[in-house]
Design a protein around this ligand. Structure first.
Ligand SMILES: Cc1cc2nc3c(=O)[nH]c(=O)nc-3n(C[C@H](O)[C@H](O)[C@H](O)COP(=O)(O)O)c2cc1C
Length: 374
């Protein structure tokens, strides 16, 4: 992969376990045609051991392109085999998880963010992954782990991985991870965001591509990050908890193409068709609750939102079709909301990147030493 010719997505929705499943991605694609969508992280072992049931884990409908498969693992053989097995599904990029702090992953499984402490292994892993696919490959990582949180250590990681493998694109969740037992949710909230590390990487590795991630909550902030030079912006929780206000602006405000002008009523109509088609395809699963879960953020801060969620909770107890679910719940939302075209994007409150160039860390200088001791 040649970085000069490769451009990472301007906007992507982050990989989120139990959130960015096929249902959520279907909803996201109905709202934005251009956002890149990531799968949940899939352990290489899951792919390898489920070789005969792969569709369940890897299949997606063609509209979900462009879509990135995120894999996790620490066994080179399984990473290679998993990548090979995924080829049949034609993902647009393969991403390797070096950022997950969950004890299940970083502790027992010894992968995820713990791998940032072993850049040589990550370089090898990326080489075997890249050797098994024609798709571009990328790494998603944090800016550090525990006390290994200096800018130089982050640069060492990026330098070694990119020198030892064809990796040219890094997605940087711009806070470190703490492996002292705090919950994964706290690990996405407690360590402070250090966007200056991200912009330091842009300055110090001009041949690589970087996507910024962490705490970016609006389209204005996405565009502000791009204006400051980020090659791409990845949004996680805001795109899940408030999909309309986040994703409906992506095509026009980020990609500069006319928005589809779709309303939420139209989105739900199409989603209903999707939902009816997938309910129960795996025996009792998925249920109406599973399929409707990504919809619960669609009316974030709109009139009727609280009532709609309460009705949804009640409806989950007995509804067996999407049609009956909508019949029982949608009355809570006024027509003026359901049929409203997309409003103007809310204007910028504060640009978190405005003075970032004034606070960049000192330039990375250790390269030659690193070459000697790598
Ligand atoms: C419920 C949930 C699950 C997540 N699962 C993953 C995952 O599977 N792989 C990964 O790299 N990051 C995962 N993350 C982290 C996100 O990809 C993202 O880096 C993080 O939420 C910061 O971005 P945000 O502030 O825009 O949400 C998860 C986050 C959440 C909220």
């Amino acid at each position: 992969m040649v970085a000069g010719r490769y451009f990472p997505p301007l906007f992507s929705v982050a990989p989120m376990m139990e959130w960015t499943d096929h249902h959520y991605r279907t909803l996201a694609r109905l709202i934005s045609k251009h956002a890149w969508l990531y799968t949940e992280m899939l352990a290489a072992e899951t792919i390898v051991y489920q070789e005969h049931d792969l569709d369940r884990f890897l299949a997606f409908s063609p509209e979900q392109h462009p879509i990135v498969l995120q894999i996790g693992g620490s066994n080179l053989e399984n990473l290679a085999k998993a990548t090979e097995l995924a080829n049949a599904y034609s993902y647009d990029e393969i991403n390797f998880n070096c950022g997950c702090p969950s004890p299940r992953v970083a502790g027992h499984g010894c992968f995820g963010v713990r791998l940032m402490l072993d850049p040589k292994f990550v370089g090898e892993a990326m080489s075997v992954i890249a050797a098994k696919t024609n798709a571009p490959v990328s790494v998603k990582c944090r800016i550090g782990v525990d006390d290994h949180d200096s800018y130089n250590e982050l640069c060492d990681f990026i330098y070694k991985v990119s020198s030892l493998s064809p990796t040219r694109h890094f997605i940087i969740h711009s806070r470190k991870a703490l492996l002292n037992g705090i919950s994964p949710a706290d690990n996405r909230r407690v360590p402070p965001l250090k966007y200056e590390y991200f912009y330091g990487l842009l300055r110090d590795f001009p041949d690589l591509k970087f996507t910024i991630n962490g705490g970016i909550n609006s389209i204005d902030e996405v565009n502000a990050a791009l204006l400051e030079g980020a090659h791409g912006v990845m949004v996680g929780r805001a795109a899940y908890n408030n999909p309309w206000q986040t994703l409906a602006y992506v095509d026009s405000a980020v990609y500069g193409v006319p928005s589809s002008g779709v309303t939420r009523r139209q989105v739900l109509k199409e989603y209903e068709v999707y939902g009816e088609a997938v309910l129960g395809i795996y025996g009792k699963k998925p249920t109406v609750r599973d399929v409707a879960k990504p919809l619960l953020g669609l009316f974030h801060s709109e009139p009727g939102n609280g009532l709609w969620k309460r009705r949804a909770d009640a409806a989950f107890m007995h509804c067996t079709t999407m049609k009956s679910f909508f019949e029982e719940t949608l009355d809570a939302i006024p027509d003026s909301v359901l049929d409203a075209p997309l409003a103007e994007a809310p204007s910028r409150s504060e640009n978190p990147f405005a003075n970032i160039r004034d606070v960049l860390p000192p330039p990375y200088k250790e390269r030659e030493q690193e070459v000697l001791y790598a």
